[in-house]
Design a protein around this ligand. Structure first.
Ligand code: NDP
Length: 369
């Protein structure tokens, strides 16, 4: 691909702008009107709580259903995204810049004193734009932080499905592509099935909404996590049966550890007596779980996520490092995140955390790290 062609492919067209705005419009309407469990968010500094309608799974299934019907009636092209990958990437990037500049201006002008909307201004324009000014800004009653995370995860799936449609259209569908698609569909559907867990994550509770979060959700997640799919469109890989079986094992083990560890902690926080693997939980200082995955390593959930990320790349073989971008990025991110979380927990739980460290000495991978 020469430079001029690459540059031209990045120029947004009205089609890509319409696709993006249509997607956001659908998500705004579907998120507001479709039924879903109303989950209370964390207690904010002023004692208030936001409520999140967790109807992401229904919104996603309805959208995919509408697109399939649209394609069948010949009014929608399933390859619309894969035909315009770079254009959509730049359009989404420009959108992220514009929307965060608007959030910056709205935040600076706000006189609201509530914990959600109170402006936090440092005076450094770059800092304030990057990290955001308000905790939970909304637009027409839609909580933007929750909205953008949802858009990013759904965008990842839509890109993948469009890449799949393109492979079928070009008679280029490979076993590798099928494996990659199945793993990602399960992971993303699982994410929306457990969408309420999202309401207690650090990003939703504590981060203000600025460029860092909006770019991460709208550009980074959908466009970099899907690199394997794009790569498989133009590269052929022959997998042996043993390689396919090994790949499936990495995925299944990763999924069990990832979902199991996160679920055990979630259940423990809701009910500290909830059984773990059929037994009463062992607890340190009345606060920290040492049973199940949390007794194997202090962040077994990160191990599960890393195995999953690896399983998304293994279908691409080992001829190129490009499809390994996601697991490598995630390894760096989660090692860094684990260190920050460790420091936060040591500060919060003091001697209870020290005892937990003694009982469970491994950070992520037993006997290795
Ligand atoms: P965790 O879900 O691991 O939560 C860490 C917190 O859990 C700690 O701060 C502490 O909070 C509590 N905790 C820690 N140990 C214990 C214990 N033994 N018993 C009870 N509570 C404990 O953190 P994340 O939000 O970082 O990760 C959530 C998931 O999201 C992970 O599976 C991760 O892999 C995934 N993730 C994926 C990313 C991606 O790009 N794919 C990016 C980031 C995360 P408290 O103060 O409440 O006790």
């Amino acid at each position: 691909m020469d430079f001029l062609f690459f540059f031209n492919s990045l120029i947004p067209s009205w089609t890509s702008v319409s696709l993006l705005l249509g997607f956001f419009g659908y998500l705004g309407i579907a998120g507001s009107i479709l039924p879903g469990k109303l989950v209370p968010g964390a207690n904010l500094a002023d004692g208030t709580r936001l409520h999140y309608r967790c109807n992401g799974l229904l919104s996603l299934l309805l959208l995919v259903g509408l697109l399939v019907i649209g394609a069948w009636m010949d009014v929608v092209s399933l390859t619309a995204i894969s035909d315009r990958g770079l254009e959509l990437l730049s359009t989404t990037f420009i959108f992220s810049v514009i929307v965060t500049l608007l959030l910056y201006v709205a935040g600076c002008k706000s006189n609201d004193r509530s914990a959600s909307l109170k402006p936090h201004i440092t005076g450094n324009i770059i800092d304030d734009w990057w990290f955001g000014i308000q905790l939970n800004p909304n637009f027409l009653g839609v909580d933007l932080k929750f909205f953008f995370v949802r858009a990013g995860m759904m965008g990842w799936l839509l890109i993948n499905l469009s890449v799949l449609a393109k492979s079928i259209q070009d008679s280029n569908l490979s076993q590798s592509m099928i494996l990659y698609q199945i793993f990602c569909v399960i992971y993303i559907m699982d994410y929306f099935f457990y969408e309420e867990y999202m309401t207690s994550t650090w990003d939703i509770i504590a981060e203000r909404l600025g460029f860092m979060l909006v770019f991460g959700d709208l550009v980074w997640i959908p466009f970099t996590f899907s690199i394997q799919g794009w790569w498989l469109m133009s590269n052929k890989v022959e997998l042996t049966t043993a390689a396919v079986v090994a790949n499936c094992c990495v995925f299944v083990i990763g999924y069990l550890v990832f979902r199991g560890a996160n679920k055990q902690k979630h259940d423990f926080k809701k009910n500290p007596k909830a059984l773990i693997w059929g037994q009463s939980p062992k607890v340190i200082g009345g606060k920290l779980l040492v049973s199940g995955y949390w007794g194997i390593a202090r962040h077994c959930n990160y191990l599960g996520d890393l195995l999953l990320a690896l399983s998304f790349s293994l279908p691409c073989g080992i001829s190129s490092p490009v499809p390994y971008f996601y697991p490598i990025y995630l390894l760096i991110l989660l090692i860094w995140r684990e260190r920050r979380d460790e420091a936060r927990c040591a500060e919060k739980y003091k001697e209870v955390w020290a005892e937990y460290r003694k009982t469970v000495p491994w950070r992520i991978l037993p006997y290795v790290y």
